[in-house]
Design a binder for this molecule. Structure first.
Ligand SMILES: O=c1ccn([C@@H]2O[C@H](COP(=O)(O)O)[C@@H](O)[C@H]2O)c(=O)[nH]1
Length: 273
């Protein structure tokens, strides 16, 4: 999917919501455990109930790998279902990969070609040759961890290197990578106050912003400092939506929470007019 197609979907749906599919067998409704594939059954119900309120889904790969072959099979079914039934949806593999070049190429093939995700999250720590293999795929997007939502972000990411915070180095150096037009960045909603400076380095880039909902980040603050004329934001909520209820009404409860975020996003988008 091209960035232009993503932006068109955002305006059409009046939403820049990304729903995280962090599907945990210990949290989904107990009655679903009787299904042949409970993970896929849960994902399908959530997707069918919310697809018109969001522009993106983000399965976090850890939640699938944790269940071995069965988990990977559920992931494959989920992405195939999204691509077939809702091809307008921007899909994100939250995999946080990155390795020496030839290994990164294999990761890129796994997620972009075999699974056909539109994008993948990548850790920048190993540098240029670990990221550039992902950037060579046409209309696929590489979402580099810049300033993450967790407390541990303060261990390294804001430390100064050559007088500049490490996350700023990640942002500015990565813009020189071959294929940099395919880059997006992760910035945590809990770090909204950093967005003004981030926008000085990457004024137009799309940011994937997790941390609204369960982690307490503010949608309004993120929009105030991070929104661009081209929107430039995908705001993720996982637990706050998918675990709104663990009863029979889990999908409609998820819809209610997704709708609340979509309505707030519609208001934010009005400011662009
Ligand atoms: O900085 C980051 C990067 C990734 N994540 C991931 O996003 C979701 C957030 O889930 P919530 O339930 O909405 O808190 C989850 O998959 C994280 O691994 C992040 O939170 N922060």
């Amino acid at each position: 999917m091209t960035t232009q197609e993503l932006v068109a979907q955002i305006h059409k749906k009046q939403s820049f919501l990304c729903i995280g599919l962090d599907t945990d067998l210990e949290k989904i409704p107990a009655f679903l455990l009787e299904e042949e594939d409970p993970i896929f059954a849960f994902n399908k119900a959530i997707i069918d109930a919310t697809h018109d309120l969001c522009v993106s889904y983000k399965p976090n790969i850890a939640f699938y790998e944790a269940y071995g072959v069965q988990g990977w099979s559920a992931l494959r079914k989920t992405i195939k279902y999204l691509n077939k039934e809702y091809p307008e949806i921007f899909t994100i593999a939250d995999a946080k990969r990155g390795d020496i070049g030839n290994t990164s190429t294999r990761y890129a093939k796994a997620f972009f070609e075999d699974l056909n995700f539109d994008s993948i999250t990548i850790a920048p720590y190993m540098g240029r040759d670990s990221v550039e293999p992902f950037l060579q795929f046409k209309d696929k997007h590489t979402i580099l961890l810049a300033l993450t939502s967790n407390q541990g972000a303060f261990d390294f990411q804001i430390k100064k290197v050559d007088g500049n915070e490490l996350y700023k180095e990640v942002l500015s150096v990565s813009t020189t990578y071959e294929g940099a037009e395919n880059l997006m960045y992760v910035v945590g909603a809990t770090k909204a106050e950093y967005l003004k400076e981030i926008r000085e380095i990457v004024p137009e880039s799309f940011l994937l912003v997790p941390g609204v909902g369960a982690q307490g980040g503010s949608l309004e603050d993120v929009c105030k400092y991070g929104m661009t004329k081209g929107v430039g934001l995908l705001i993720n909520s996982s637990r706050g939506i998918i675990y709104a209820s663990n009863q029979e009404d889990f999908a409609s409860a998820a819809r209610i929470n997704a709708k609340k975020l979509q309505v707030s996003m519609e208001k934010e988008l009005e400011r662009l007019n």
